[in-house]
Write a protein that binds this ligand. Sequence first.
Ligand SMILES: [Zn+2]
Ligand SMILES: [Zn+2]
Ligand SMILES: [Zn+2]
Ligand SMILES: [Zn+2]
Ligand SMILES: [Zn+2]
Ligand SMILES: [Zn+2]
Length: 383
Amino acid sequence: KVTRKEKENKRTGLRGDINSKCRICDDDMIPGKSSSLSCGHNFCNDCLRMRLESQLKMGPSCITATCPEQECNVIFPYSVAKRILHPQLFEKYRNYVTQSFVKMKKELCWCPGVNCVWISKRVGISTDVNCRCGSKYCFLCGRPCHSPCTCSLVERWELRLNEDNAARDWLIANSKPCPKCKAHIQKNQGCNHMTCSQCKHEFCWICLGNWSDHGSQTGGFYNCNRPQKSQGANDLDKAKERLEYFTHYHDRYQEHNKSMKFAENQMAEIQSKIRQFMQLRHCEERFAEFVKEGVILLIDCRRVLKWTYVLGYYMEKGERKKLFEFLQQDLEKNTERLSEHTEKKVDAINRDEMLNYIALTRNYLRNLIDGMSEVQGKIRAAD
Ligand SMILES: [Zn+2]
Ligand SMILES: [Zn+2]
Ligand SMILES: [Zn+2]
Ligand SMILES: [Zn+2]
Ligand SMILES: [Zn+2]
Ligand SMILES: [Zn+2]
């Protein structure tokens, strides 16, 4: 009895279906004698071996051999090559891989894009790579572009983001909801007489009762007879201050990230917008290309601005940081304007004005990246 799912798996050759057949010879898949590639295509090892051996005869280019399935771009996995090749042939294959890797490492790298097989070359000092497939990534770490931050700062930031949740939890654990309005109140003095900053309700930190009920029956006006845990008020202040500093940068980082996603969504309709513009102005496509150019630049600006807030978070106070914030502000202002222009309806677009903004904004973007990639200023040691 064959279920619908099994039939479906047979058709698409999805992994995990031991009944599926080799996509070359149509033989049954036998555990240990057949392989599934990460793309989900199944083959018997004999077919894969023949395929890879013929590629090996072509020399070093064999390391870019792909899944035998037509139009599947997944690179032949090293681990499968190791499993199926005769040890002597595998040694040859391995040498090709190491040689090319050493050569590649300095100026070439694989695009991390899904299904992308392009190898990109590093240009200049920037670590940003624009792949032909459209993905933009960091040459050194493979993450999406993160100028003007270095890879190590990005790593620290990622750790910090995780830590932030813990810090918030700790603060919430050390605050109590106002019994009246439920606002989170933090105790920052030794005194148990609390006044809610929101609703001005006066209450006791220990028992959350009305302050006016306190007096002789609670062991004195400024005491509560319930046992009091010692409070690390100082630690609390420090944690709060640290969180506020972090939140300032994190909020802006997130806002630009959201705006970036929004700009990326604009790309989905860009071709139809270009066509509309051509019809409206009776012009050729090359006169309408600026519409797309504007959105691409906007995405770049948003991404860079997002990362400037990470760099800003880690930069030590000083002249260098002031200059940086100046450049950041310039880019921010112009990006907002560019954003307004790219969101305009087609009939409201002024081509000259928009081209002007594109040129201007591109300048500010370059100023910031060039200015920051040379000297990053002092980076705080603490996270
Ligand atoms: Zn086969
Ligand atoms: Zn495949
Ligand atoms: Zn790519
Ligand atoms: Zn990187
Ligand atoms: Zn309150
Ligand atoms: Zn009390």
